[in-house]
Each structure stands twice: as C-alpha cells, then as structure tokens.
Design a protein around this ligand. Structure first.
Ligand code: SF4
Length: 191
C-alpha cells in the first residue's frame, strides 16, 4: 500500500449532517435514562437499593418515573407469567421511542428455575425486544448498574435498536404474542 493510500484509508469516516445529530442525540439519551418502576418478579426487590442512597443510580443519570409515557427504559425484573406478559406489552407499547428494555435475572434469559412451568415465559425476547440482559439470580444492585453502563454504551454507539426491531418486525412479534396470550384484546398503541 502506498503511503498516500494508507493516510487516506486511516481517515475517520466523514459523517453526514444527520448522522452527526444522531450521534449527539444518542450521547444525550444515554446520559438521562428514566426507568418505569414496574416489578414483574422477585428481582424487582433489588431496584429500590439501586435508586436510593447506597447505590445512588441517579449519579449516572438513571432515575425512576411512574408512567410509561415518560419512561425510556423498561426493566423486566424477573420471571414473566403469561398474565404479566400482557401487561408488559401494554406498558412497552405506551412508551415513546426510542425506548430500551433491560432483562434482569436468569428468568428473563431462559425461564430460570421456572423453565418448565406451564404459565411462565421462557424467552422474553420472542415477545418484546431485550437490549441488555443482566445475569444472576437475583442480580445485585452493582450488577444492575453494570447492566446500565452496558446499555449506555450501546445507546451511544447506536446499537440499542430493539425498538426499531419491534417496529420493523411488529407482525412477527404480534404473532408470537397472540400465540401465547389467549383472548387477545389489547389496544394497538403502535402508530
Ligand atoms: S432470576 Fe431468580 S431472583 Fe430473578 S426472578 Fe428468577 S428466580 Fe427470581
């Protein structure tokens, strides 16, 4: 390779005007994450210590809100019963995009100790997109904070795109949801 080519290849990629703005917005989004406080399983007991004085998640910009319409992040805090899944879908669909989902504990990954239960969801990702998993049973507040650090990194890099996947593949997600939830009567909050 000629010396000239080397320098040309090594130059940072030139970004378009809209790409620069998108990068800036992603940086800003990652600095302020509002979490809808919605407990689905036993892992939710670790959320209060995370947001109060001992672990103080707010120093990283992570704060809780009481309504889905103002929230950026939904935490699935453990096992999901089919009945709860219906509520989770409803909450998720009411959140404004861009929105992110954190799966807390082994139960969100593969059903955990409830893997063969008749009314517990094994792979949450089939029904709503998960951006970050935090492993453990149950994960301690430090682990949850590490999960948020991972989520922030993904948002800044533009890789936390579960909400886009949900829009693009809504038919697929709906089919999966309707398969498991009988008597489907959920208002369509999607666009
Ligand atoms: S992973 Fe463990 S702590 Fe979390 S919901 Fe499942 S059983 Fe409970």
């Amino acid at each position: 390779m000629k010396e000239k080519d080397y320098f040309l290849d090594d130059r940072p990629k030139k970004l378009s005007y809209s790409e620069v703005w998108e990068k800036f917005f992603n940086w800003a989004r990652a600095q302020s994450l509002w979490v809808i406080a919605y407990g689905t399983g036993c892992g939710s007991i670790e959320i209060p210590p995370m947001v109060t004085s001992r672990f103080d998640a707010e120093r990283f910009g992570v704060s809780t809100v009481g309504t889905p319409r103002q929230a950026d992040v939904l935490i699935i805090s453990g096992y999901l019963a089919v009945k709860t899944l219906k509520r989770v879908i409803r909450v998720y669909e009411q959140m404004q995009s861009p929105k992110y989902v954190v799966g807390l504990g082994a139960c969100t990954v593969n059903g955990g100790m409830y893997y063969d239960s008749y009314n517990t969801v094994n792979l949450v990702d089939l029904y709503i997109p998960i951006d970050v998993y935090v492993a453990g049973c149950m994960p301690r507040p430090e682990a949850i904070l590490a999960g948020f650090a991972q989520l922030m990194k993904k948002i800044k890099e533009g890789r936390a795109d579960g909400w886009k996947q949900y829009i693009d593949n809504l038919d697929k997600y709906r089919k999966n949801q309707e398969k498991i939830i009988k008597n489907w009567k959920i208002p369509n909050y999607n666009w």
